[in-house]
Structure formats: structure tokens, C-alpha cells
Ligand binder design. Structure first.
Ligand code: NAI
Length: 350
């Protein structure tokens, strides 16, 4: 299917899309700046094996506008952007990331970039050799990013339980954590600290055993975590976990996790709602690292993780309250709320 770039930009309110080609390294990429009406756009660099450039462009537009929603709901003086690079054979990636750094530098602070799929500490180092508008993974950066995310997810979960039950008595609660990586392990640690029962899974068996031994939590085989009866199911591995087949298996009251795009499609949020399962949108609760990074860049300070948790709790409550009042699925309400806020920001700027 064809994609008409200008039509798509107008439909979704994009400011600018830049197509990048570097003769020397072979890099091909798109940089989308969705909205900078409240401040610079924030968004990582995604490097992925796209089928073709249309798929890459579509992903760039989708991810950049999602970042605007995320920054708006987190009440940051910032907007959304994304850089998507096609993972093609023969690209000299060190040179390609340095080229990206120079392009980011040329934008002069309209776009701040950071990690995403395919872009880790090594690649960020290459970008950082050319620009300061990047989240550095070392001690000169904001630090504590996975911890900030874990604290946000924990706070969002607590908010959902308080809304459902009027309390947060963790000793009565069972949480299933799918994925014990950077975020999942830290989240499990917080849950154990407050006395919750934690059941967890990870496809990396050694990692799972190590974390389970250290924290004294129960393990379940990956793919069976969906069948465990619990209060909260927390996807902290990969996105798209709530889909047609998994939906019927879930035996939880709340879904709240760090993974991006937990819902395979927006309709799956409606289906969770019909089943009486409260879905806490991932782009609200997993904003901790973004909050920490944006405040570091824009205000030159490291926001304490405790106040990141409070910010996420406030944002979660605003959306869940409106969802309950209007009887709508929270993911739909979050999107409406984000659009309202973007509209207000744009009209204030005019
Ligand atoms: P990570 O790569 O450190 O951890 C993911 C863990 O999930 C790994 O241990 C992996 O073995 C495991 N895993 C993969 N597939 C699995 C499956 N099918 N079943 C069970 N376990 C599985 O990633 P990280 O940083 O902990 O992030 C987790 C999720 O949260 C990702 O989707 C990421 O995009 C998202 N996220 C992370 C943020 C951060 O600050 N690190 C910020 C916002 C979102």
C-alpha cells in the first residue's frame, strides 16, 4: 500500500519528517518531529530490519506521535520525535551513528535522542561523540533509567489497586512479572519489599534462577505466566502480549507493565475492558526513564526516583478516574487526554 507522506503528516499533526541518506556509511533513516509546541522533541533511535522503507516510515510516524502522547501525559515541557534506521547489510554502523549525531546536532536542540531497540550503550557513545543532545549511558548522563521506569510501573500498579479496592495492601496481592530484565528485576524487588507475592518468568533461565534465588520469588515457565491467577499481570519483556489468543487466558484484575505497546491492537484494550480487566496504559506507567532524561537535559538536574513515582501515580489516576467516570477503556481515554493536552499546548503557542 502506498503512503502519502504529506497527507499522513497533516492527518497526524506532524511538524517535520526528514529522510536521511549518508553516502559514506550507507545509512538510510527517517527522523520524525511530531510536536515541539511545548518544548523539544524526545525520542530514541530505533534500528530494525524493516521489510521496506514504507514500513520504516510508518513506524517512524507511529512512534514519534506516541512519544508526543507520552510527554504530554507526563506533563513534560517536551514533545515527541523518533529516528528510525533501516538495518540493511553493508552499513558501517559506527560511521552511521556518528552521522546521526551530526544531524541531531544540526537540529540545535529541537530533538533529543536516546536508546531504543537496536541502539544501546555502544551506539549512544558514537552519537555522543558528535552531539550533546543525547542521553549518555555513563555517569555523565541522567543515570538510574531502568530504576526510574520500575518505580513508575510500581506506582501505576498501586494506583490501579487503590482505585479498585480502596487500598494498596500488598501483602494480600499477587503480581506476575513477565521478564526479569533491567526493569522487571527492579520491579520485582520493590514488590517483594512491600510484601507482595511475586511470580515471575524469563526466557533466560539462568537469569530467572539468579533473580528468583536472590529475591525469594516463585518462577513459572515462560508462556505459562498468562495462566496464573493473580491481581496484576505485569508485562516487562516485549510488546504485543495482549492479543486475540492471550486475552482469553489472562486471569488477572489489572494489566500494568513496562513493555511498550502491550496491546497488539487498540481493540484489545476494549476487549480487556469488556472482560472487566483494568488496563493501565503502558505509555503512562513506563514514562519514568523519559521523565528522568528530559528533566536532566532541560533543567540540568536528576529528578529523584521517588518523585518520578509520584508523577506517574498522578498521571495514572487522572486517566483511570476519567475512564471510570466515562465508562470508557483507559487506553482510549489516555489517547483522548493526550490529544486534548497537545491541542491546548498548540493553541497556547499560537
Ligand atoms: P531487558 O532486555 O533488560 O529485559 C527484558 C527481559 O525479558 C530479558 O531478561 C528477556 O530474557 C526477557 N524476555 C524476553 N522475552 C520473554 C518472554 N517471552 N517471556 C519472558 N521473558 C522474556 O529490557 P528492559 O530494559 O527491562 O525493558 C523491558 C521492557 O520495557 C521492554 O519492552 C522495553 O522496551 C520497555 N521499556 C523499558 C524502559 C527502560 O527504562 N529500560 C523504558 C520504557 C519501556
Amino acid at each position: 500500500m502506498e503512503i502519502h507522506v504529506l497527507d499522513a503528516m497533516a492527518r497526524e499533526g506532524f511538524e517535520q519528517v526528514i529522510a536521511l541518506h549518508d553516502r559514506k556509511s550507507g545509512l538510510r533513516a527517517f527522523l520524525g518531529l511530531h510536536d515541539t509546541s511545548a518544548g523539544p522533541a524526545f525520542g530514541g533511535v530505533r534500528r530494525w530490519h524493516y521489510r521496506d522503507e514504507r514500513e520504516a516510515l510508518r513506524d517512524c510516524l507511529r512512534l514519534a506521535s506516541a512519544m508526543s502522547h507520552k510527554t504530554a501525559l507526563a506533563e513534560l515541557p517536551a514533545g515527541g520525535g523518533k529516528l528510525v534506521a533501516l538495518d540493511l547489510p553493508g552499513v558501517d554502523w559506527e560511521q552511521a551513528y556518528k552521522y546521526i549525531g551530526r544531524e541531531v546536532e544540526r537540529l540545535g536542540g529541537r530533538f533529543y535522542t536516546g536508546p531504543d531497540v537496536g541502539t544501546g550503550a555502544r551506539e549512544l557513545g558514537w552519537i555522543a561523540s558528535e552531539t550533546g543532545y543525547v542521553t549518555r549511558p555513563d555517569e555523565s548522563g541522567p543515570g538510574e533509567l531502568p530504576e526510574s521506569t520500575a518505580v513508575g510501573v510500581f506506582a501505576g500498579m498501586g494506583t490501579a489497586l487503590r482505585l479498585l479496592d480502596g487500598d494498596e495492601d500488598w501483602s494480600r496481592r499477587t503480581v506476575v512479572v513477565q521478564g526479569l530484565g533491567e526493569v522487571g528485576e527492579r520491579l520485582a524487588r520493590h514488590l517483594v519489599r512491600v510484601g507482595a507475592s511475586v511470580v515471575a518468568s524469563d526466557i533466560d533461565g539462568d537469569r530467572a534462577e539468579r533473580v528468583a534465588d536472590e529475591l525469594g520469588i516463585e518462577l513459572v515457565d515462560p508462556s505459562h505466566e498468562l495462566d496464573v491467577e493473580c491481581d496484576v499481570f505485569s508485562p516487562c519483556a516485549m510488546g504485543g502480549i495482549v492479543h486475540d489468543l492471550s486475552l482469553a487466558r489472562l486471569r488477572c484484575r489489572v494489566v500494568a507493565g513496562a513493555a511498550n505497546n502491550i496491546l497488539a491492537r487498540p481493540e484489545h484494550g476494549d476487549r480487556l475492558h469488556e472482560r472487566g480487566i483494568l488496563f493501565v496504559p503502558d505509555f503512562i506507567v513506563n514514562a519514568g526513564a523519559l521523565i528522568r532524561g528530559a528533566i536532566f537535559h532541560l533543567e540540568g538536574r536528576r529528578e529523584p526516583v521517588g518523585s518520578i513515582g509520584e508523577r506517574v501515580a498522578v498521571a495514572t489516576l487522572a486517566v483511570l478516574d476519567r475512564a471510570v467516570q466515562e465508562g470508557l477503556p483507559p487506553a482510549r481515554v489516555a489517547a483522548l487526554e493526550a490529544e486534548d493536552r497537545l491541542e491546548r499546548r498548540r493553541s497556547q503557542k499560537e
